[in-house]
Design a protein around this ligand. Structure first.
Ligand code: ZN
Ligand code: ZN
Length: 468
């Protein structure tokens, strides 16, 4: 028997946690965080508490209470007995938080099957992110003490190597099937707004299963999605788990149109140009990079984006030496002072940031102020404080990200507009979605032609009713 249980991602966009079972083999398809469900009870300032281990997550239905999958340190802390492992792996479609974030809570000996680029992005998220639940690559035992030199007990942290456990990553390659217990799995890359995204075809002796992950047909890798559809059709699947974020949308997006629009907007501006974009959408980052080049401007990135570009290496179409890295003033702001040593300056920055301070291609806000028409700057609400250092005139802000979809984002948007008004910055939009349109989804389903269609990652499952 094949059993498919949707424990997250049903009637909601994201939070995918799909439990698949066949003849004793159990796997999860993705293990993501549900933004909607989380925002219902929590906010930027109110989080599930670490002190209750998994308790708050279970209480509010943020995590399914399934035995044999969660890390022992959290379970023990909340008074649960030791549980034998009861999961053979997680097939991770891509590194977006709504698919990957809750890996943090899983046992570290559960194999995670994903692409190399996905693993690299998870590494960056763990190292440079601001989430306290981000043991994605390795897990440090929590709620543990070790005997210290003074005869007392200290809390374990990441410096204690013996308490840090590497997760069991299994990198998947195109065209190579992997056997997990009684099933076989094939990873097929797809086009999405993040490098490394893929769908899966799962082969069982009672019928095959296709999982789209998040997919689109209008990015620079649209050929991948078309190949995925062909592979999936050839598998003659019994079941198809299909994402439907934009099943109700007729808007046909195009990443190449986004690049053209950004390029045109830059051309019309004689001041500094800021672009707000999803930081890990390397397709978009590349569109901005190209648009800047077309206008003979340098693309300036944050240290966080610089770290990602460097880590992605061949998975990013350009290299770190081809952009400028912005050194922000942080903490005590010693970067511009002349009476301090490099060591003193370094203390203003996180360890991973320090490496970018003295690069030949790193620049300060003063340079953006001096020759604003030479640069296009990657910018976000996290870094907007730097406008007070840059003091731009005749500048343009291009919003190249999705519209706000919750109250918190709407508030952020209003606050951003206050900043832009304060500095007299013009505001324009240029964006394409990470997801296929309704028409494209329907076409894909018809071509793959499954016996049973299971909509996930959508608030409009009803629109899937008469497709097959
Ligand atoms: Zn998603
Ligand atoms: Zn996604």
């Amino acid at each position: 028997m094949v059993s498919i249980e949707i424990l997250g991602g049903k009637d909601e966009i994201g939070g995918n946690k799909i439990l698949l079972e066949h003849k004793g083999t159990k796997i999860f398809l993705d293990f993501g965080m549900s933004f909607n469900r989380n925002a219902y009870y929590f906010s930027e300032f109110l989080h599930p508490r670490k002190c209750s281990g998994l308790g708050d997550f279970f209480e509010f239905g943020l995590l399914p209470d399934v035995k044999g999958i969660y890390r022992e340190d959290y379970l023990t802390h909340m008074g649960r007995y030791w549980e034998a492992r009861d999961l053979d792996g997680v097939l991770l479609s891509h590194a977006h938080a709504d698919h990957a974030q809750y890996i943090h809570f899983l046992r570290w000996d559960i194999p995670i099957y994903c692409t190399q680029a996905t693993k690299i992005i998870l590494e960056c998220l763990q190292k440079t992110g601001n989430n306290i639940f981000s043991d994605l690559i390795d897990a440090c035992e929590t709620f543990k003490f070790y005997p210290n030199k003074n005869g007392g007990f200290s809390r374990v942290d990441r410096r204690k190597n013996e308490y840090v456990h590497k997760r069991d990553f299994r990198i998947m390659e195109e065209g190579k099937k992997v056997t997990i217990g009684n099933i076989e799995v094939e990873m097929v890359p797809v086009d999405h707004s993040l490098p490394g995204a893929c769908g899966f075809i799962i082969y069982t002796d009672e019928g095959n299963i296709v999982y789209t992950g998040d997919i689109r047909f209008h990015g620079s890798n649209s050929n991948l999605s078309r190949k995925f559809v062909a592979r999936a059709r050839d598998a003659a699947p019994r079941w198809m788990l299909c994402e439907g974020t934009r099943i109700d949308s007729y808007v046909m997006d195009s990443e190449s149109e986004v690049q053209k629009k950004i390029s045109k907007l830059i051309c019309q501006c004689n001041g500094l140009v800021f672009v707000e974009h999803p930081i890990r959408d390397i397709d978009r980052v590349n569109s901005i990079f190209n648009a800047a080049k077309e206008n003979e401007r340098e693309f300036v990135v944050s240290m966080k984006l610089a770290y990602l570009i460097e880590a992605l290496d061949k998975y990013c179409p350009f290299c770190i030496d081809e952009v400028k890295i912005l050194k922000p003033r942080k903490n005590w702001g010693l970067i511009n002072k002349t009476d301090v040593t490099p060591e003193q300056i370094a203390q203003d920055y996180e360890k991973w940031e320090r490496d970018f301070i003295d690069r030949p291609n790193s620049i300060g806000c003063n340079e953006l102020n001096k020759t604003p028409d030479k640069y296009v700057v990657s910018m976000s609400m996290w870094e907007i404080g730097q406008l007070a250092d840059i003091k731009p005139t005749n500048a343009l802000w291009i919003k190249s990200s999705c519209e706000p979809f919750c109250e918190e984002m709407e508030l952020d948007e209003k606050r951003k507009m206050n900043w832009l008004n304060h500095f007299g910055i013009k505001h324009e939009n240029a964006h394409a979605s990470g997801h296929a349109s309704g028409e494209e989804i329907r076409e894909m389903i018809k071509e793959i032609n499954p016996e049973i269609l299971i909509p996930v990652h959508t608030e409009r499952a009803d629109l899937f009713d008469n497709i097959i």
